[in-house]
Design a protein around this ligand. Structure first.
Ligand code: PHE
Length: 370
């Protein structure tokens, strides 16, 4: 690094060399500066009041010069002082320019970067199936209704003709909300166990004719496994009008099943019991896996347990007792209702063997439906 020499000859000619040495050292050190810290070092080396090079040439050159030479030496020292100050300032500008240029470069649009991939979303297979089912009934002139998932005992049970403490309530393992004991029984809240309460809510709101489908989420206290889930989905249907008969129920559901599963599917109605329908029927469809024969080649069909039939719906004629709860005249009106589990139908349609796959949110599973 440059150090200031003592002078012994102060004649103008003798001054040329030390001045030139100093100037070239200044240029060299200036060009070595690349950033803020090295610039500060550079500035202090040349301009620090204590022991900076300017201070040193002032002491070693000017103050030490004999009186007759002081004028000339002073002129040279002043020139050098201006040069050093200019060099320090220029160097600062150079590095701050470089810094902002570097910043600009990093902000600039780099069209060669790969874009941000936004994966395409897709309807969940359950939602798609629910929409498909609803679509079949919409095409038959049904409108769509929904109701709350947190229901009162009244709508979920009592108004559907389940008296308090009636054993039919045990068919549906109910999840009750805590802290309801202080309320009258009918106002206690629970998670609805079926979409049937929306039958009552619909009839309370409108007079016949009624044609409504009700998709929704329902809850039962079942441990999750391949065929059970504490949360699942139903599509409910209700038709009330003058002169509605069991034939209408059969024809409508037969048509709906053919629309959903193909025109070769057969339906079968088997006596059943629900408190809110009389008579009640389970609806079975011919097995879509084995064609209803019960065997796939020589092997028993696992989907219908070799029976050739798969149970899909609960249904029946609206029990006239319900009309009493909603102010319909049971002499004038009749109707039918049905309810089906969406999740099992989706599993059949998409060949899914474990219901949990629908609900645990694994994108690798869901991606297949996009
Ligand atoms: N709500 C019944 C269930 O969840 C199904 C059903 C609906 C039966 C409508 C008859 C009429 O099991």
């Amino acid at each position: 690094m440059y150090t200031v020499p003592r002078l012994d000859d102060y004649s103008p000619d003798a001054l040329d060399k030390p001045v030139a040495d100093l100037t070239s050292a200044l240029e060299q050190e200036s060009s070595a500066v690349t950033d803020e810290p090295s610039w500060k070092e550079f500035r202090d080396h040349w301009m620090a009041r204590k022991n900076g090079i300017l201070t040193q040439i002032n002491d070693l050159w000017l103050k030490a010069a004999p009186s007759p030479r002081k004028r000339e030496v002073g002129r040279r020292v002043n020139e050098l002082k201006a040069k050093v100050e200019a060099a320090v300032e220029e160097t600062r500008e150079r590095i701050s320019g470089a810094a902002s240029q570097a910043k600009f470069k990093s902000d600039a649009l780099d069209v060669t970067l790969p874009g941000i991939r936004r994966p395409l979303g897709a309807e969940h297979p359950i939602v798609r199936t629910m929409n498909d089912i609803v679509g079949v009934f919409k095409a038959m002139g049904y409108s769509v209704a929904e109701g709350p998932e947190i229901e009162t005992d009244y709508y979920n049970f009592e108004s559907l003709n389940f008296p308090p403490d009636h054993p039919a309530r045990d068919m549906q393992d109910t999840i009750f909300l805590a802290g309801q004991a202080h309320k009258p029984a009918r106002d206690r809240l629970l998670l609805r166990t079926h979409t049937s309460p929306v039958q009552i809510r619909t009839m309370e709101k409108q007079k016949p004719p009624v044609r409504v489908v009700i998709p929704g989420r329902v809850y039962r206290n079942d441990a999750p496994d391949a065929t059970h889930s504490p949360m699942f989905h139903q599509v409910e249907g209700l038709a009330v009008d003058t002169n509605i008969t069991f034939c209408d129920l059969k024809g409508s559901l037969d048509h709906a099943m053919k629309s959903l599963f193909g025109s070769s599917v057969k339906t079968r109605f088997r006596p059943s019991f629900f408190p809110f329908t009389e008579p009640s029927a389970e609806v079975l469809i011919s097995c879509i896996f084995c064609g209803g024969g019960g065997y796939q080649g020589a092997a028993r069909c696992p989907n219908c347990k070799a029976s050739g039939w798969i149970e899909l719906l609960g249904s029946g004629m609206v029990d006239p007792a319900l009309y009493g709860f909603v102010g319909y005249d049971p002499e004038k009106y009749s109707g039918f209702a049905f309810g089906m589990g969406v999740d099992r139908i989706a599993a059949m349609l998409y060949g899914v063997t474990d219901l949990q796959l629908f609900f645990n949110g694994d994108v690798r599973f869901l991606e297949q439906f996009s």
